[in-house]
Design a protein around this ligand. Sequence first.
Ligand SMILES: *[C@@H]1O[C@H](CO)[C@@H](O)[C@H](O)[C@H]1NC(C)=O
Ligand SMILES: *[C@@H]1O[C@H](CO)[C@@H](O)[C@H](O)[C@H]1NC(C)=O
Ligand SMILES: *[C@@H]1O[C@H](CO)[C@@H](O)[C@H](O)[C@H]1NC(C)=O
Ligand SMILES: *[C@@H]1O[C@H](CO)[C@@H](O)[C@H](O)[C@H]1NC(C)=O
Ligand SMILES: *[C@@H]1O[C@H](CO)[C@@H](O)[C@H](O)[C@H]1NC(C)=O
Length: 474
Amino acid sequence: MTNFEILASLECKILHNTGSFTAFALDILAIGITNQRESTLIWDKNTSEALVNAIIWLDNRTTSTVEDLLETIPNNARNINYLRPLCGLPLSPYFSGVKLRWLRDNVATVKRAMDAGDAMFGTIDTWLMYNLTGGVNGGVHKTDVTNASRTMLMNIETLQWDGNLLKFFGLPRSILPEICSSAEHFGVIASGSLKGIPITADLGDQQAALVGQQCLSKGQAKATYGTGCFLLYNTGPSIVHSQHGLLTTVGYQLGRKATPYYALEGSVSIAGAAFNWLRDNIGLIQNTGQIETMASMVDNSLDVYFVPAFNGLYAPYWNQDARGVLCGLSEETTSEHIVRATLEAVCFQVRDILDSMHKDCKIPLAKLMVDGGMTVNNLFLQLQSDLVGIHVLRAKIAETTALGAAMAAYKTIAPQYNMEGPLSKSDERDVVKPKINSTERNLRYQKWKMAIERSLNWETSSLVQGERESFDGV
Ligand SMILES: *[C@@H]1O[C@H](CO)[C@@H](O)[C@H](O)[C@H]1NC(C)=O
Ligand SMILES: *[C@@H]1O[C@H](CO)[C@@H](O)[C@H](O)[C@H]1NC(C)=O
Ligand SMILES: *[C@@H]1O[C@H](CO)[C@@H](O)[C@H](O)[C@H]1NC(C)=O
Ligand SMILES: *[C@@H]1O[C@H](CO)[C@@H](O)[C@H](O)[C@H]1NC(C)=O
Ligand SMILES: *[C@@H]1O[C@H](CO)[C@@H](O)[C@H](O)[C@H]1NC(C)=O
């Protein structure tokens, strides 16, 4: 099969997903799983019953656990980057290790089962795989390196669970799944209409999108624009420890013997969400479908800059006390200018992260692969290309995550398969090239930085700068 055929069959399966699977099961060669990362489940080994509701990735009840763990760091250092050399991640409420520790501290049945060796932990992929391959009756307890790399419990170099990390979090090894590559034979579906079909790939959603976007070489990057924006930058077989607050993560390892590829990950927390805010809180637009038309009615943002730092700023600024600012308003400013400035805000935030990635790994970014809801907006892609100064390529398929999982699944059963082949008969992605010159680009980026300056430390502006915690402050 070629990528094009995989894509075609994937679309066919998605279309028919609503009806009975039975008729199509015969056509299915293998299954790949992809899921949201970091969400944490824990269940009873003997009954396969969940011991407690799952904690999803963005649940922040674990903030106090991070505080408690910071206290345990030697020399009273309270350094959130203390574990970074081991696992590539800063201490944060999002990662599964912290969620597991929270569960152990707060749910008596979880603690009891962990101590008795009766508990099994998994991210969603692990649970699905366990359940589909038979549960208590022989179900496999496995995960892949990309999921495991977001637990804070895996050593980023050995790609195995790390005794020191387990000790730090106070968690028993017995709860952990076996770590596998992202593309290998995981197990076989135990029952139902898909009975007998092998599961041959498992990848985190962002990592699957990296594969689906064919960012399979060092220096290639993809951005997925939703309410937030996720960027992954392939750093090849080398581990790059970020000096700019980005995360080091496993990109993929396609086969047990294959070389693991690493990635730097950064995200923009407010991308599409800024438009929801314009709609729901300000009433400046009625629906997000209007954005492109409105922004196109003006030639530029008339020097208006909008920093949507509603919950503080993350990479590369790491300023929790930043708040949103809208600056450069004049008597001529209209709603259209503000809508356009909001589009540009997403582009500038992406540039901030790409610049950090570039500084960390010194590999120039040739082009940016994009997907996600906002990428239907042509003006937005033009602005993104203009403001970063690179080619922006839009995938023809929206479902790059599912495609990546399907490609990895097929790679396992057909090792000769070329994943870098064309994605469609004509293989044409939409390519958007910069239309402004570098003088203008730099001028506008400097203005953005000025707007950022004005947003920093708003929440606590009476405090002294040096008293604040920073992700990069080590
Ligand atoms: C679970 O099964 C193990 C044997 O596999 C047994 O020793 C243990 O008592 C069981 N736990 C419960 C709560 O049933
Ligand atoms: C978690 O997030 C919510 C919503 O943003 C916020 O109201 C709450 O204070 C946060 N909780 C903690 C413990 O940080
Ligand atoms: C898988 O999960 C479903 C839903 O909870 C459950 O009904 C089913 O029995 C599980 N299968 C196995 C094999 O445990
Ligand atoms: C974990 O695996 C699932 C599918 O098995 C995948 O979607 C998900 O992206 C992986 N998580 C990470 C962090 O890579
Ligand atoms: C760059 O573009 C600006 C705005 O269009 C123009 O005024 C300027 O002359 C250009 N500079 C160069 C070096 O081409």
